[in-house]
Design a binder for this molecule. Structure first.
Ligand code: 13P
Length: 255
């Protein structure tokens, strides 16, 4: 049975006090979770140790990071390695987010190296893909996303796919308030699952969680998560307020 996941990507938001309060509120308000219905919280690096301590005793809520470096160690001022994340009890790392592709110029080659570093250090990967508006308007989104998956992930042997979650985040829906319709999300998620099946077989495709991201909120989460190939969400803005995030977690829990 594949997992349902709601993952919080705080991006560059919340100071230490605000972050601790938010985790505390999530702790107090979380609906029933289990090993197949989980939450991941990915705060900025500086929060990780403290958030990790807060999550002790909070069942099925896992710690994530928003990035790691493509090299194992060395003279990369300001960077954080996958091994460092592992030592801070991090379990998941987001790789390939469109904001890092755009603002940090992370290309397919560097992203595939990051995936390798993460997996080699025992981290699970949330690999992001998604098209810009011009590609959607040209109706070329399927080929675009397939090429992102091929370049970033398809060098992996089938045995490593167990540690991969995919997040489909159409760039035109991120932080814009313009959510993909549930039909658009379902179409793309079904396409991604078919691409996975072609490369790795039906069993792997059926077991890989595929999350939707982009202006997901309590008011649209239930409809999105009811789609057969939408296995939860990667949440930006709505993950910063406990009530909104918990509303989305509840939608996942009830799906
Ligand atoms: P929003 O939920 O703010 O649109 O962000 C989505 C996202 O980029 C999560 O990684």
């Amino acid at each position: 049975m594949r997992k349902k996941i709601v993952a919080a990507n705080w991006k560059m938001n919340l100071d230490l006090t605000e972050g601790a309060e938010l985790v505390n509120d999530i702790f107090n308000g979380s609906p029933e979770l289990n090993e197949n219905k989980i939450v991941v919280i990915a705060p900025p690096y500086i929060h990780l140790t403290h958030t990790s301590a807060q999550l002790v005793g909070m069942n099925h809520v896992h710690l994530g990071a928003q990035n790691c470096h493509a090299e194992p160690s060395g003279a990369y001022t300001g960077e954080i390695s996958a091994a460092m994340l592992k030592s801070a009890e991090v379990e998941y790392v987001i790789i390939g987010h469109s904001e890092r592709r755009e603002y940090c110029h992370e290309d397919d080659a560097v992203l595939s190296k990051k995936v390798n570093q993460a997996l080699a250090n025992g981290l699970k990967v949330i690999f992001c893909c998604g098209e810009p508006l011009a590609v959607r308007d040209a109706n070329e989104q399927n080929a675009y996303v397939e090429s992102q998956l091929t370049a970033g992930l398809f060098h992996l042997p089938v045995t490593q796919l167990i540690d991969i979650t995919i997040a489909y985040e159409p760039i035109w829906a991120i932080g814009t308030g313009r959510t993909a319709t549930s039909a658009q999300a379902q179409d793309m998620h079904a396409h991604i699952r078919k691409v996975l099946a072609n490369k790795y077989g039906e069993t792997v495709a059926a077991e890989t969680p595929i999350l939707y991201g982009g202006s997901c909120k309590p008011s649209n989460a239930a409809e999105l998560f009811a789609c057969p190939d939408v296995d939860g969400g990667l949440i930006g803005g709505a993950s910063l307020k406990a009530a909104e995030f918990l509303g989305i977690v509840a939608a996942m829990s009830n799906a």
